[in-house]
Design a protein around this ligand. Structure first.
Ligand SMILES: O=P(O)(O)OC[C@@H](O)[C@@H](O)c1c[nH]c2ccccc12
Length: 371
């Protein structure tokens, strides 16, 4: 990994992120916020000026807080950037979280800071370098679509969700993953968020170690590069990046890290504004259209159709593969999103809720999928 750290592209991506004021929260963003007169103000005295880091200095110079930068791109989810403050203190500043996604992200900021304190980035970079090479997530989807003539399946190992509660009481991630693979899933998605989805990185590791050959997507709420290295070190081949949460610069930066690690990024969009932003970013190969709003939980499969009617041409021109996500239960649902233009589907609930999640695949597609 030394060569990775030393490589010019990585060093320059770190520099680029700092220079452009990336939203990766600095340790003391509240200091910047007060300087910029922004929404988030400090709870306690900040460091001396000469201790400000590069990101903070640029933000100070630009007069913008991390939330101002995000809002200027149409992002509604705010960061509190204060991992050591109590929820009460955070809410005194920002009010209650506006929706469930914002709540998840506020918790994630604290979780990532705690993770970083336990396992420094350098350690994870080294661990990621030592893990077995990645499997080709994009290639597996492309090949399965060609082979079967129906959208390739990313089958999700999902115990629970904030909108649906517990989906499966007797939850054995390795058994489910094996059943999915045996029944023709092209790739697997492993939820790792513990608090809201009852997932874990342990599940990801266990599935990877179980002999499953499918490429694995780490289904996380990524807000920091630390999480990407963590995912890779635990065997992930792909990672989810959610456009509703990440600024353009964050997405570009994280895409670059994925490329260096040989990982595929699945970039998730839900509305037109997000689709517009993502289509302007170079190097995007895989876009997921989520039929479920992570802010309201409303599921509407016509969302996929509407977005592809408007943007299908430019997506095809760029050779981007589209994944239809969430709320798919029947062969008609799959045919509907296929006709809209997706080449893959991401399915959790309708498979995991059934007694035999492997056999449920045949029910979902109306036919057997071949490997
Ligand atoms: O269980 P469903 O409705 O088949 O959905 C699966 C998947 O699309 C959903 O879990 C999902 C899509 N995007 C996400 C982002 C975070 C957490 C979960 C998700």
């Amino acid at each position: 990994m030394e060569s990775f750290l030393a490589s010019r592209s990585v060093r320059s991506s770190f520099a680029a992120a700092a220079a452009a004021g990336s939203r990766g929260c600095s340790p003391r963003p509240s200091r910047v916020a007060i300087l910029a007169g922004a929404r988030a103000r400090p709870l306690r005295a900040g460091p001396k000026d000469d201790m400000l880091n590069a990101t903070e200095l640029v933000q100070w110079e630009n007069g913008k807080s991390v939330n101002d930068i995000a809002a200027s791109q149409g992002i509604r989810i705010r960061r509190h950037c204060r991992p050591t403050a109590s929820l009460k203190e955070i809410e005194e500043e920002l009010g209650a979280p506006l929706n469930i996604l914002e709540k998840i992200i506020w918790d994630k900021e604290i979780e990532v800071a705690e993770g970083l304190a336990k396992k420094p980035l350098k350690e994870l970079i080294e661990a990621a370098a030592k893990s077995p090479p990645t499997r080709d997530f994009y290639g597996a989807l492309e090949a399965a679509y060609k082979r079967n003539g129906v959208p390739a399946l990313i089958a999700e190992v999902k115990k629970a969700s904030p909108s649906r509660g517990v989906l499966r009481e007797n939850f054995n991630p390795v058994e489910i993953a094996n059943a999915y693979e045996k029944n023709g899933a092209a790739c697997l998605s492993i939820l790792t968020d513990e608090k809201y989805f009852q997932g874990s990185f342990e599940n990801l590791e266990k599935v990877r170690a179980s002999g499953v050959k499918c490429p694995l997507l780490c289904k996380e709420f990524v807000i920091d590069k630390w999480q990407i290295y963590n995912a890779r070190s635990k065997g992930a081949d792909a990672i989810l990046l959610i456009a509703a949460v990440l600024t353009d610069l964050d997405m570009k930066y994280f895409l670059r890290i994925c490329k260096e690690l040989g990982m595929t990024a699945l970039i998730e969009v839900h509305d037109e504004k997000e689709m517009d932003r993502v289509l302007k970013i170079n190097g995007v190969k895989l876009i997921g259209i989520n039929n479920r709003s992570l802010e309201t939980f409303v599921v509407d499969t016509s969302n996929t159709k509407m977005l592809l009617e408007k943007h299908g041409d430019s997506i095809r021109e760029k050779g981007i593969l589209v994944v239809g996500e969430s709320g798919l239960f029947t062969p008609d649902d799959v045919a509907y999103v296929q006709n809209a233009g997706v080449s893959a589907v991401l399915v959790g609930e309708s498979l995991v809720k059934q007694e035999d999640p492997g056999r449920a695949i045949t029910g979902l597609f109306g036919k057997e999928l071949l490997h």
